[in-house]
Design a binder for this molecule. Structure first.
Ligand SMILES: [Zn+2]
Length: 160
């Protein structure tokens, strides 16, 4: 990896998602590859939830962030394999819980097998007695749930 590509990785991994400003692109696993192609860097990203308007904002952020470093970048989107909520880092999941959002289930993580099947955990009181109120929460990427124990509503990040 040449120096400018390394700089590009460093600069981009700390950019945050516009809809989830406490999560970095690194936490979300959005950036797949940065490749130097002569004077241009090709940044391959995996759009998160299809139809999430945040992706065009993320693209602009990436291009303008690299411009600050004097790096010209173009964005390529990769849909195969499609982005999966499994790619969200452990750290990212922890941050979601801290911010009161129930993180998506890791599809095959060991910890998941110990929790009730497909149950969504309340981020306030950790109860699994929750119910879905609406398919769409504060953004299209989240569903609105309610806890039956502490009665608090909360967002659950959808699993894809
Ligand atoms: Zn609760």
């Amino acid at each position: 990896m040449d120096k400018s590509t390394e700089e590009a990785w460093d600069a981009l991994k700390d950019l945050t998602d516009p809809e989830l400003p406490f999560l970095t692109l690194d936490d979300l696993g959005v950036i797949r590859e940065i490749k130097r192609n002569d004077e241009t860097h090709v940044v391959t990203i995996s759009p998160t939830y299809i139809g999430c308007p945040a992706i065009s904002v993320i693209e602009e952020k990436i291009v303008s962030e690299l411009k600050k470093l004097g790096i010209a970048a173009i964005i390529e989107k990769s849909f195969s394999p499609p982005w999966s909520s499994d790619w969200i880092s452990e750290n990212g999941r922890k941050k979601m819980e801290e911010f009161g959002i129930s993180p998506p289930h890791p599809k095959d993580a060991e910890s998941f097998s110990r929790s009730p099947a497909k149950a969504v955990k309340c981020p306030q009181c950790t109860s699994y007695k929750t119910e879905k109120v609406s398919e769409f929460g504060s953004t299209a990427c989240k569903s609105l749930y309610r806890c039956l124990d502490c009665k608090e509503p909360f967002d659950h990040f959808k699993c894809v």
